[in-house]
Design a protein around this ligand. Structure first.
Ligand code: C2E
Ligand code: CA
Ligand code: CA
Length: 697
């Protein structure tokens, strides 16, 4: 089989090259596995990889030496052969250890390459020394040196290539690159092997040539196939592992991405894209973690709440409500400073954490800016919407040392701002807490009261100023709570409006009052016109007309025996819609009156637009008609104007004969007040009726 001319067996030479290429390929594929794996799997890849690569490199040497006619059939000593194999394995272990490191410095490359080169040379020359005592006697110094140089530079090349071929984030390694690298490396290794073989000089070289076997070299083939087989298996294992790792990495990456998106989702309000409560609380935590007090450590928490947002949402629909919230968010962004965090923490609630220059004066400036920027009309879908805003402010550390205290206190201050007439801001002050606690308690008791039918109505007559006849009756809400005692409507209604409970309560009032009127009538008294107070929230609720129709049909009260009392501000919140609803109510025959006239806009020319039949002059004016010239002048003017507009006038809160005389003089038609009767319970009012209409009783 040996080529008589060159002294090398071409099949074995080709096999050497193949094994060398395979060993290089195995090395390039194993290096990344060793590099990326951790713990036990790293140790396994390293140990297994070293063995396989070592076997591969050693096989090139072994097959190479069998390819020459000189060494082919020489018997070998086992121990040096094993030591030679050991050098191959150790060199591979070193190579794999080097490629595990993060960076390949020139120094590392030089040192690692030299040691590896030395290892390979040792493997080779120890392997050759294993050849029987007929082994080499001398070496050609030039070729010997050359073989060392090739071993060292080849090792360096291998190291450099395996760093180049290491898959890293954002770097794609093609199969083609790896295979070309392996081919070059295989040629270098084979070159080194054959140079080293050529460096060996045998004393009986001439004779050996003749020994040149003509039998196929079974041992060389066996070793080659075993090595190639093992390397193929390891190669496939490493490719499989790489695939697994990359799909794991993809999975981890998509998990990371999903996590990131989830985090963004849970910390961001989808409507306004503002941070939500979660993120705001995180910010507070961060600021609080700085701890301490003094300059630079202070910060302020603003609680911003739109007044009566529910009304807009109920009347114009959620679409407009959402749009309004978005526009509010944009205005707030402009009103706060870049360093402030603005978050949406509820339907119509926003919070701001401001950690820069947060003394009282600058906080007040920000709050003023917020209130005034939101008070300008919003243009949404052709609707001109006006809202007002209440802002509460708490400051760290004076108003609270922890997140919850600061948030609760800002909230408490906001409620105080609402109680102060809305459209304003308040700083937290000690004592506000108890007010808001009372309010929270009131809300929860009120819910119980609704569930347990604990609400009732009181009735106050309306009286003809001239004849003293009863012209009608007004239903007024009463609530006696076991814990809270008597709670006045002035306390209940704002809470009911804020929580939306007013819709339930209002419907109950309407139905109970209408039913009561019918019940008294059924007992033989004249049917009295029943007046019921309406909140803006009811008027603006989209189901309101339906509620009124249902109550009328359930109770059978004729519509013209029902009167609804509304304040000017309730109408003016959304005049276009109010005008439409009032027209529909009027069409049904229901009477409409303006309550507390004089305290609101008091714009009679505006009121002409609405189908109103009656004005009720607020008690604050009538109580002063005999003592205060201005009150008297106002009441006189209002009555005159009402007459010119063909409106009835009811004077509220008449307590004395003098007041009544004044009203009679200026031709007011009706009055209400303690002079005739305070608001009476259902039974008391029945007794009152019995007195007035003895014949019917
Ligand atoms: P309002 O509609 O102006 O009712 C008149 C209030 O003045 C009633 O107070 C009544 O008890 C009181 N009052 C009547 N005559 C006199 C008087 O001669 N002297 C004095 N000092 N007071 C008099 P009340 O019942 O506390 O109601 C307060 C307000 O609560 C009502 O003012 C009304 O705006 C609201 N309200 C009462 N019930 C309801 C209701 O069912 N629904 C709604 N939305 N609001 C209600
Ligand atoms: Ca009223
Ligand atoms: Ca009134």
């Amino acid at each position: 089989m040996t080529d008589a001319y060159t002294g090398y067996a071409p099949t074995l030479v080709a096999l050497t090259l193949l094994v060398a290429v395979m060993a290089s390929l195995a090395g390039f594929c194993l290096a990344p596995r060793v590099h990326v794996s951790q713990g036990l799997s790293h140790r396994l890849w390293w140990a297994g990889g070293s063995l396989v690569m070592g076997l591969g490199i050693w096989s090139t040497h072994f097959i190479g030496s069998r390819a020459t006619s000189v060494m082919a059939d020489l018997p070998r000593d086992l121990l040096p052969t094993l030591i030679s194999l050991l050098f191959g394995v150790l060199t591979s272990a070193l190579a794999l250890a080097i490629v595990r490191t993060r960076r390949l410095s020139v120094c590392k490359l030089a040192l690692g390459g030299s040691v590896m080169g030395a290892g390979i040379a040792l493997m080779h020359y120890v392997g050759i020394s294993a050849l029987d005592n007929s082994g080499p006697t001398s070496y050609d110094p030039l070729l010997f040196m050359l073989s060392i140089v090739i071993a060292v530079s080849g090792s360096m090349g291998a190291l450099w290539l395996s760093f180049r071929l290491r898959p890293e984030e954002g770097k794609k390694i093609t199969l083609w690159k790896t295979c070309s690298g392996a081919l070059v490396m295989g040629m270098v290794i084979s070159g080194m092997v054959y140079t080293a073989i050529a460096a060996v000089e045998f004393p009986q070289q001439g004779a050996a040539l003749q020994i040149g076997s003509t039998v196929p070299d079974r041992l060389a083939f066996t070793i080659a196939f075993v090595a190639i087989g093992i390397m193929l298996i390891v190669l496939m294992l490493s490719i499989y592992d790489a695939h697994l790792a990359s799909s794991n990495a993809r999975l981890a990456a998509s998990l990371r991405k999903a996590n990131f998106e989830l985090k963004a989702l849970v910390s961001c309000d989808p409507l306004t894209r503002l941070p939500n409560r979660l993120l705001l609380e995180e910010r507070l935590d961060t600021l609080l973690a700085r701890g301490g007090s003094g300059p630079g450590k202070e910060f302020a928490v603003f609680f911003v709440d739109l007044d009566r947002f529910k009304t807009i949402n109920d009347s114009l629909g959620h679409h407009i409500g959402d749009e309004l919230i978005q526009q509010v968010a944009s205005r707030l962004k402009v009103a706060v400073r870049n360093s402030d965090m603005l978050a949406r923490v509820g339907g119509d609630e926003f919070m701001i954490v401001s950690a820069e220059n947060t003394d009282r004066a600058s906080s007040a400036t920000i709050a003023k800016r917020i209130v005034s920027s939101l008070s300008k009309a919003f243009q949404i879908d052709g609707n001109l919407i006006r809202i007002t805003t209440s802002v509460g402010i708490s400051r760290y550390p004076v108003d609270g040392a922890d997140k919850h205290a600061l948030m609760i206190h800002a909230d408490a201050a906001m409620y105080i701002a609402k109680d102060a007439g809305r459209n304003t801001f308040k700083f937290f002050e000690p004592g506000m807490n108890t007010i808001t606690e009372k309010r929270a308690r009131l809300e929860s008791r009120l819910r119980d009261a609704i569930d347990n039918d604990a609400l009732s109505l009181a009735y106050q007559p309306k009286v003809n100023v001239v004849t003293g006849e009863i012209t009608g009756v007004e239903a007024l809400l009463r609530w006696h709570d076991a814990e809270l005692g008597h709670v006045t409507p002035d306390e209940v209604i704002p809470v009911a409006e804020e929580t939306g409970l007013i819709l339930q309560i209002g419907e109950w009032v309407l139905k109970t009052a209408c039913q009561q009127s019918m019940d008294w009538h059924a007992q033989g008294y004249p049917l009295l016109k029943m007046a019921v107070n309406l909140s803006a929230i009811q008027l603006n609720n989209r189901n309101f007309m339906e509620v009124v129709r249902r109550v009328l049909s359930q109770t059978q009260l004729p519509a013209h025996y029902l009167e609804l009392e509304l304040t000017e501000s309730a109408i003016m919140q959304n005049p276009d819609r109010a005008s439409m609803i009032l027209r529909r109510l009027r069409k049904l025959g229901i009477a409409l009156s303006i309550d507390d006239f004089g305290t609101g806009y008091s714009n009679l020319s505006q009121l002409k637009r609405f189908p109103i039949s009656c004005l009720k002059i607020d008690r604050s004016f009538t109580s002063g008609v005999n003592s205060d010239a201005q009150d008297a002048a106002i009441v006189k003017a209002v009555v005159a104007l009402a007459h010119s507009l063909n409106l009835e006038v009811v004077a509220e809160g008449i307590e004395t004969q003098e007041q009544l005389a004044f009203i009679r003089e200026i031709k007011g038609q009706q009055y209400q007040g303690y002079l005739c009767s305070k608001a009476l319970s259902s039974e008391e009012f029945q007794a009152f009726l019995r007195e007035r209409f003895p014949v019917n009783a």
